[in-house]
Design a protein around this ligand. Structure first.
Ligand code: ZN
Length: 381
């Protein structure tokens, strides 16, 4: 079954805290998009990667046997049990610890096989950040609709008719009341409608937990509607597209997705700027691998901002939260045993997820490059 973003988040949280009994957790991610020839490519890739990695890392015969059984399980999954419409499959397994978890996403994942002490959750965390649902509010003077938009489409949550339309009996064509309202009280009635839509929007934000709202309306209506909203609700509006009476809901959703993605990019660029301004003593900004890792481990980071393409090999401690870019036989923090990891930035992401930090994934943000590809906004200065 394709996982909802909420379900994927829940699974990732559990995975972030999982640890292989024999320090050999199998993580497999594969694209199952119809754009890729994955039924042929994926099994060949997984088998050859498995042979290469087990040879390189020199795992024991017994560990290799257990890992092989997990790989076979994944190959069976690929053969018989991938949900149509899935674009990416992630599997996390540790036979010794009795752990097996799969996440199916409508998002392409890179083909990858890893054997490391902890599950490699970063690709799924990235997907979740990019798939985040939002609310689309289509607003007019008297008829408005609220939609919850996720990666699969838009579902109408609320349809609101204002008092102006309600007051006219359209079936019997009795227009006098409507004309009266139109002339005398239209503005007040529009205001009333906006208030109703605003209250309904506030409820939807609260029950769904979404963080972003996009508005589809004629510009003057959008301005009036925004003014009528409580500040907390108005602040959630990140994008606005013009209302086009000729457009279908499907077209409107395509346009609004683009607008929200653009707003997300700008939001992250702004976040990077604020982090940069907040660097230094007393500020809320933190940057660079070692400082960010330290702050995440101390539970001080509210939002972790990481460059999607910043992946470097490194080392991690098996006993504490230490990780580093350079090789260390023993952990410099606790003296514990260390192990190599193929993406040490992924360790920061895993730790942030485990400690309930918000993880944002940016791409092509010049300020984030300046900050070393990984940065954080602290909870307090
Ligand atoms: Zn340590």
């Amino acid at each position: 079954m394709i996982d909802s973003v909420i379900e994927a988040k829940r699974k990732v949280k559990v995975l972030a805290g999982a640890r292989a009994v024999g320090d050999a957790f199998l993580t497999v991610t594969v694209s199952t998009s119809r754009l890729d020839d994955w039924r042929v490519v994926a099994p060949t890739f997984l088998n050859s990667e498995f042979n290469r990695l087990t040879k390189e890392t020199g795992v024991s015969k017994e560990t290799k046997r257990l890992l092989q059984a997990d790989v076979d399980h994944v190959l069976d999954l690929l053969k018989y049990d991938v949900t149509p419409g899935t674009e990416g499959l992630a599997v996390f397994a540790d036979r010794q610890g009795g752990f097996f978890e799969r996440i199916e996403l409508p998002f392409r994942l890179m083909n990858r096989l890893m054997i490391e002490p902890s599950p490699y959750v970063r690709p799924v965390v990235h997907a979740i950040a990019l798939l985040e649902p939002f609310v689309l509010a289509q607003v007019s003077r008297d008829e408005s609709s609220l939609y919850l938009v996720d990666v699969w489409g838009a579902s109408q949550e609320d349809e609101l008719t204002g008092p102006w339309l309600r007051s006219s009996d359209r079936e019997t064509g009795e227009m006098s009341v409507k004309r009266y309202y139109a002339a005398a009280r239209q503005d007040a009635l529009v205001d009333l409608h906006f208030k109703e839509v605003g209250a309904s929007l506030g409820n939807l934000i609260e029950t769904s937990g979404v963080r972003r709202v996009a508005l589809c309306a004629q510009h003057d209506i959008a301005s009036g509607f925004r003014r009528s909203l409580p500040a907390g609700v108005a602040a959630k509006i990140v994008a606005e597209i013009p209302f086009d009476a000729a457009a279908t809901t499907g077209q409107m959703v395509v346009n609004v997705r683009q607008a929200v993605e653009k707003a997300r990019q700008e939001e992250l660029a702004g976040l990077a700027d604020r982090i940069k301004e907040g660097l230094g003593k007393g500020g809320r900004g933190i940057a660079g691998f070692d400082d960010v890792l330290g702050a995440v481990a101390r539970h001080q980071v509210q939002i972790l901002l990481v460059d999607r393409n910043y992946r470097v090999p490194g080392w991690r401690c098996l006993d504490c939260t230490w990780a580093g870019l350079t090789a260390a036989e023993r952990c410099p923090a606790c003296g514990g045993k260390t192990a190599p990891v193929s993406d040490v930035v992924g360790e920061i992401v895993r730790l942030a997820v485990l400690l309930n930090g918000q993880v944002e994934v940016g791409e092509d943000i010049p300020t984030l490059d300046e900050l070393g590809g990984v940065a954080g906004m602290l909870r307090y200065g």
